[in-house]
Design a protein around this ligand. Structure first.
Ligand SMILES: [Zn+2]
Length: 238
């Protein structure tokens, strides 16, 4: 392979690296935002559970008050038992007592269910708090890691760009402008001969061109996609 072909391949490699770093730099802020909102989600999960617990405890308090009211109502009704004048009145009183007792019993059942729910919520909160704080720690570490990476991207880019400059100086001007022109529209400007085809567009190349590139190591051109073509043995056998 001739020196210019080698330089072209190196240039393409550097450009790909530069593109990767630039792309990475663009995605990092969004990635950090996503991680932060994940942390927010973990915290909200606990907040919601605690809110539910608080509401359930309030419901229990309200039921306790209702039960006390029913009890005092029952006591009041019972105190009237000896004052009623007719059987009819007595029956009505008895009915009201049993109805109120039934209501009280239902409230006690509800209260019992809610107390059970409170126990469940408390242990769930305890478990989730532990789980989520571990998750949060891992997410924060990840954020720090990415922030660190972000800070170093510019340094890496600077190194790559100065290496690129040195490389471009050694490259024929005409070849470099061709490279830049193709790169703007095709992404990769340099393609390789792979089993008689162009690695850029997969078109089958004229046999004579393949033989020529193989024997001279010169830079050719794919008639189909216009990319600069080089023959590298390792690319062909892979
Ligand atoms: Zn091609």
């Amino acid at each position: 392979m001739n020196r210019q072909a080698e330089l072209l391949i190196s240039l393409q490699k550097i450009d790909k690296e530069i593109d990767t770093h630039i792309l990475r730099k663009e995605t990092i802020p969004r990635q950090i935002e996503e991680l932060k909102s994940e942390i927010e989600g973990l915290r909200n999960e606990i907040k919601t559970l605690k809110q539910t617990l608080k509401e359930t405890e309030l419901q229990v308090k309200k039921i306790e008050i209702d039960i006390k009211e029913k009890e005092s109502h029952i006591r009041e009704l019972r105190s009237k038992e000896y004052m009623v004048k007719s059987n009819e009145e007595y029956r009505a009183l008895k009915d009201e007592i049993s109805l109120t007792e039934e209501e009280k019993r239902k409230l006690e059942e509800q209260g019992f269910d809610l107390l059970f729910r409170i126990d469940e919520l408390k242990s769930k909160i305890e478990r989730k708090e532990k789980e989520n704080s571990e998750k949060e720690r891992a997410l924060l570490a990840k954020i720090r890691e990415i922030e660190d990476e972000y800070e170093h991207i510019d340094d890496k880019l600077q190194i790559l760009r100065s290496r690129r400059e040195d490389l471009v100086k050694k490259l024929d001007d005409g070849l470099y402008s061709q490279y830049e022109k193709i790169r703007k529209t095709k992404g990769d400007a340099v393609a390789f001969v792979v089993e008689g085809s162009c690695s850029g567009c997969n078109a089958v190349l004229p046999l004579q061109l393949v033989i020529n590139l193989k024997s001279t190591g010169d830079i050719g051109r794919c008639e189909n996609c216009g990319r600069l073509l080089v023959y590298v043995p390792e690319k062909d056998s892979s």
